[in-house]
Design a protein around this ligand. Structure first.
Ligand code: F6R
Length: 243
């Protein structure tokens, strides 16, 4: 695992965006795995800037997002499709029909299988972006007694519903279920980039990347991946061993 530690959120975002920008430059028809949440917003802003400055083009890029809430129409401002359009897709030269998110409206086993197949049909994910939940979740793979393998339906933990309620008017509006790439899907990505910032993530960063690999901390499985870069700001890195 490689760690890049930057002074603050803006520098962390730029540094992580550079990894993606370089990859897109070198492989214009690459397949990106993308994440939502607060953490990658700055990274997406950097990529939008790079694209409008003419440094990179998304015209041949394909994307697969990690996850989507169940039962939220895509027009809903809290849907992950809305987030991705708002933060990235509407501002770069990407073909929308090459941007994929799991369908949270028709969320059943067939949808999960089809999503997995669609990723395979594109040759797999070249570089996967991940945030990390306070409980160690990646995508919506919640702490559990086993690692999920493929795209699957999940009941969200109360702690995740609570954390995500900040985006909704009322906690009762937060969907209770989601559809997510599995841990196995994520582990098949050829390269993984994790971003985390702020003191609130310091404890879980230490636990996930320096503690035992256990399904109770889903992100800990990344210790077994051959090509992971973790990009942190000083605060998120404050509890990790310094040598
Ligand atoms: C979202 C996702 C989640 C988030 C995690 C951290 O697509 O996959 O696992 O990455 O909940 O969210 P933030 O960045 O809001 O702290």
């Amino acid at each position: 695992m490689k760690f890049i530690i930057e002074k603050d959120y803006d520098k962390m975002s730029r540094s992580a965006a550079d990894i993606f920008a370089e990859h897109i430059e070198q492989n214009p028809s690459c397949v990106l795995g993308l994440a939502t949440g607060s953490t990658p917003e700055g990274l997406y802003a950097c990529l939008v800037k790079d694209c409008s400055d003419g440094k990179i083009s998304f015209s041949d890029v394909t994307t697969f997002n990690l996850d989507e809430y169940c039962d939220l129409p895509v027009e809903n401002e809290q849907s992950y499709r809305y987030f991705m359009n708002f933060n990235l897709f509407d501002h770069v030269d990407i073909a929308k029909n090459r941007t994929n998110l799991p369908c949270g409206i028709k969320a059943d086993d067939e949808t999960c299988k089809n999503y997995e197949q669609a990723i395979e049909d594109e040759g797999g994910i070249d570089i996967q972006l991940l945030g990390i939940g306070h409980n160690g979740h990646i995508g919506f793979n919640e702490p559990s007694d086993s690692f999920s393998v493929i795209t699957n339906l999940v009941d969200l933990k109360d702690s995740t519903i609570e954390a995500n309620s900040r985006f909704f008017d009322d906690i009762s509006d937060v969907p209770k279920r989601a559809i997510t790439m599995g841990i196995g899907t994520i582990m098949k990505a050829r390269k993984v980039v994790v971003v985390a910032n702020g003191q609130g993530k310091a404890e879980i960063v230490k636990k996930a990347f320096f503690g035992p690999v256990v399904p109770e901390v889903p992100a800990s499985v990344l210790q077994l991946h051959p090509d992971v870069t973790v990009v942190l700001d000083d605060e998120a890195a404050s509890l990790i061993p310094k040598d």
